[in-house]
Design a protein around this ligand. Structure first.
Ligand code: K2U
Ligand code: ZN
Length: 170
């Protein structure tokens, strides 16, 4: 198992569109396992393959309190959505930034599991938020793009300053 480096906003690779997985083979199983290890270590409650610079439609999620309910979704697609909710979001690609984003309250997502079987999951509350957040990553979108242009400029400036301090320290 390996920890994978996570791309940091505004890295242009975060804007790449992920390709559908044609065959759930050993390489996809290994990728999902490494993504899960990376997510738990971060720690986070979700991670999309785009964030580790692999542009395939794979996401991992675990919103459980006990951190033992891992969901791996391949080629996830939102097939139903209803209602609206606002939730404070964060992102492992935008460290230290949290802000409210409005999303659907309930979603139904169709996907393939690690055996290549077609499944559907119905979700609300935090799981619905996380599913939408991760599926959005696969389309090259980061949650801060829901915020105002001014907020995005301030976030980019803050992250650039942090990166400069880190580089000077190393
Ligand atoms: O994409 C990511 O980096 C995963 C986010 C998942 C998330 C999505 C929506 C709302 C909150 C989180 C990371 O887990 S951010 C770290 C985190 C962990 C727990 C709660 C909030 C933020
Ligand atoms: Zn994210």
């Amino acid at each position: 198992m390996s920890l994978l480096p996570i791309l940091r906003f505004p890295d242009p690779r975060l804007k790449k569109i992920a390709a559908p997985v044609r065959n759930v083979d050993e390489s996809i199983i290994r990728l999902a396992r490494d993504m899960a290890e990376t997510m738990y270590q971060a720690p986070g409650i979700g991670l999309a393959a785009t964030q580790v610079d692999v542009h395939k439609q794979v996401i991992v999620i675990d919103t459980s309190e006990t951190r033992d309910n891992l969901l791996t979704l391949i080629n996830p697609e939102i097939v139903e959505s209803e209602g609206r909710q606002e939730c404070e979001e964060g992102c492992l690609s935008v460290p230290g930034i949290y802000d409210k984003v409005e999303r659907a309250e309930r979603v139904v997502v169709r996907y393939l599991d690690l055996e290549g079987r077609e499944k559907t999951i119905e979700a609300d509350e935090l799981l619905a938020v996380c599913l939408q957040h991760e599926i959005e990553h696969l389309s090259g979108k980061v949650f801060v793009e829901h915020l105002s242009r001014l907020k995005q400029l301030r976030i980019k400036a803050k992250l650039a300053k942090q990166a400069k301090i880190t580089a000077a320290r190393d």
